[in-house]
Design a protein around this ligand. Structure first.
Ligand SMILES: [Zn+2]
Length: 285
């Protein structure tokens, strides 16, 4: 019998012979079972690629997958606290949908291996051989925020609501926790990506202002192609270096010292061809 088969009613009604004690028996049983797993050894299987979600372990309590150099793109709203569910409920509802749903659908179109919502942001995971795709997807979403999201929300609320964008890359452990199925509900389980890239991508994103994308130097080292480093040359034919070096050595939240930030969005004339050209580089690998 699974320890999760007990329901709340059991806690209240089940005969509990001991009247004294700190915790209800059902709670004690959960804790005991988990402490037992804690004492068992863990089995970690190396996996070169991010697995399809149904393949992520949930039943065997000691099994994990380890995936090297996962790329995490994180986006959330800059200034979302200016949107209020009590004051402007309809505008807030629309803004959340426009930002979040568009992010999920763009990352999906670019073939992200995994997408989820974290807080009021969205993160997407790409395999280590997809750096240009991860970058192209994030710049595409960033361009949307700049061109459509911010001006539309500004028009309705007279507030600046922009986007935070961050990308980081590192090894993760993954498994699913929770109840595999419970009355057809899926809210009692989720994938847990243990390791730094998701938190670091979110923290990098939180540093970004004015529609800039911040990436760690670990991710930046993937970018060798000219189109990811220099501009197309518009409007005056002068190709400029796109990235600004950012010093994070004084910020103890990061386990790297250098990040790079990008202000530009897809160019009106060359965006399409740069975007598809970059994605193609990953497919050639
Ligand atoms: Zn151009």
């Amino acid at each position: 019998m699974s320890i999760f088969d007990d329901t709340r009613a059991d806690i209240l009604s089940r005969e509990d012979s001991a009247l004294e004690g700190r915790l209800p028996l059902a709670v004690e049983e959960i804790i005991e079972a988990e402490l037992e797993y804690f004492n068992q050894s863990v089995s970690i299987t190396n996996h070169n690629q991010i697995p399809d979600t149904p393949q992520i372990p949930i039943q065997n309590p000691t099994t994990w997958l380890k995936i090297p150099d996962v790329i995490c793109c994180f986006v959330d709203m800059e200034g979302s606290t200016k949107l209020s569910a009590s004051l402007h409920d309809k505008t807030t509802a629309k803004a959340y949908r426009l930002f979040t749903e568009t992010a999920i659908r763009i990352f999906h179109k670019f073939g992200a291996a995994y997408i989820d919502i974290k807080g009021d942001g969205v993160f997407s995971l790409f395999n280590k051989n997809q750096p240009y795709t991860a970058l192209a997807a994030t710049i595409s979403f960033k361009t949307f925020v700049n061109e459509h999201f911010t001006p539309k929300v500004q028009k309705m609320t007279e507030q600046y609501v922009g986007g935070h964008f961050g990308i980081e890359q590192k090894t993760v452990l993954v498994r699913r926790f929770g109840l595999k199925s419970y009355q057809n509900r899926t809210d009692r389980q989720n994938e847990v990506w243990a390791g730094k890239p998701i938190n670091m991508a979110a923290k990098l994103a939180s540093l970004s202002t004015n529609n800039r994308l911040w990436v760690s130097d670990r991710f930046f080292r993937n970018l060798k192609d000219e189109r990811a480093i220099h501009s197309c040359g518009c409007p005056n034919g002068e190709k400029v270096q796109l990235w600004t070096k950012e010093d994070l050595s004084a910020d103890s939240r990061f386990d790297f010292d250098t990040a790079y930030s990008l202000g530009s969005n897809w160019c009106e004339k060359h965006g399409k061809s740069f975007c598809s050209g970059l994605v193609k580089l990953d497919n050639e690998n």
